[in-house]
Design a protein around this ligand. Sequence first.
Ligand code: AP5
Length: 200
Amino acid sequence: MLNIALFGPPGAGKGTQSEFIIKEYNLCYISTGDLLRKEIAEGTRLGQEAESIIAAGQLVSDEIIVQLIEKTIVTNPYSHGFLFDGFPRTYMQAYILEGLMIQHNSSLNCLINLDVDQDLTVRRLLERGKSSGRSDDNETVIKKRLQEYNEKTHPVLEFYREKGILRNVDGNKSIDDVTGQIKDILKEEMKHSLYNVVLF
Ligand code: AP5
């Protein structure tokens, strides 16, 4: 199994890069942002709870995220592995992910951090906002999303650095260049996991 998490500030390119990874490695894609927007569109209780929080650019509670993730993992017992986009975003979520991986007799291979200058991510999101229809792609909310990222999410990198599975990518480059950097990382990961299989 190959389990990967894509990490980075709003507009870093997590969704963009996820597209090629899931195609190439046939992974089960779990984007907590997409899952939340689906709950909102369907008008579920969970969606109603999350809607105003997302519109304000804040992180929704860890409890809501756990419910979403568990529901998705249970309905997608996927043998090739998982690609997490935008999860984990807090220390609590990092611990929850560890527990879930253990339940699946597995572990996270690597957390890929898309390192991007924040003035560039603001420009990308304002541009995307013209056509995305996302209520959180406007200047005021983008500022709040970045503040949440800097205060609550960015510190989680330390957890993965200590575990030795943090991989940094220069996300300021073109989409193709970033894809190339991620491909190199995943090639290495695949080599390691094959090696582990042989050892077993
Ligand atoms: P979520 O949907 O996860 O949004 P986000 O993290 O703010 O990330 P984005 O989707 O905005 O950006 P991205 O990194 O995917 O960039 P993209 O590829 O689209 O979360 C939304 C909200 O849900 C959160 O604010 C929070 O409230 C809640 N939430 C979600 N998960 C949560 C969790 N785990 N815990 C608590 N709350 C949670 O690219 C952006 C644009 O840039 C695109 O137009 C793209 O074409 C362009 N682009 C991408 N890469 C490049 C490049 N290299 N060069 C030029 N342009 C590029």
